[in-house]
Unconditional design. Structure first.
Length: 159
C-alpha cells in the first residue's frame, strides 16, 4: 500500500521568512499613516468653512402691495443664533426678487408639528433696490442661513 504524503516544497526556514512581516515595513508604515493623519488635521485647522442651514422663505403680498418675507428657522438652528450672518435666498427665476436677507427679532413663539419645531421670523431684504413687484399668490423660495466662518476642524469637533 502506498501512502499519500503531502509534498513540502518549502523548508521550515523559508516558511518562517514568508510568514513573518518585516519589522521595518511595519514601523515605517505606521509612521507614514500617523504623519498623513497629522498633516490632514493640520490642514483642517486652517481651511476656512462657512456652515449653512437650509430653510424656506415664504413671499407674500398684502392688499396695499407691500411684500412680506417670512422665514421658518428650525428649532435646532437657534442654538447657533449668535453665528448667523445673513440669509441667502435662491429665487426660482431671475428678476427683481432680493437674494440676501437679515432678520431683527426672533419671536419667542415656537411652532410645533410632527416634522419638528420652528420659529417663524419676518426677514428683510438687504440688497433689494425697492423695485415694485407683483405677486399673484404666496410662494416659498429655498434659502440658506449662512453662519460665521470657522475652520473645518472647529466645525467638525463642535468647538
Amino acid at each position: 500500500m502506498e501512502e499519500n504524503k503531502p509534498i513540502e516544497l518549502r523548508s521550515e526556514k523559508v516558511r518562517n521568512i514568508i510568514g513573518r512581516m518585516p519589522p521595518v515595513l511595519v514601523r515605517y508604515g505606521t509612521v507614514m499613516i500617523v504623519a498623513a493623519l497629522l498633516v490632514l488635521t493640520g490642514i483642517a485647522a486652517f481651511v476656512p468653512y462657512q456652515p449653512k442651514i437650509s430653510i424656506g422663505i415664504t413671499v407674500s403680498q398684502d392688499e396695499e402691495g407691500k411684500v412680506h418675507y417670512t422665514a421658518r428657522i428650525p428649532q435646532g438652528a437657534m442654538a447657533q443664533r449668535d453665528d448667523f450672518v445673513f440669509i441667502a435666498g435662491r429665487p426660482p427665476v431671475e428678476g427683481p426678487m432680493p437674494v440676501r436677507f437679515i432678520f431683527h427679532d426672533v419671536p419667542d413663539t415656537l411652532h410645533i408639528s410632527r416634522s419638528g419645531g420652528w420659529y417663524e421670523v419676518e426677514v428683510y431684504p438687504v440688497d433689494h433696490d425697492g423695485q415694485a413687484i407683483k405677486i399673484p399668490a404666496p410662494f416659498t423660495i429655498p434659502a440658506k442661513i449662512e453662519l460665521r466662518f470657522t475652520t473645518f476642524l472647529k466645525w467638525v469637533t463642535g468647538k
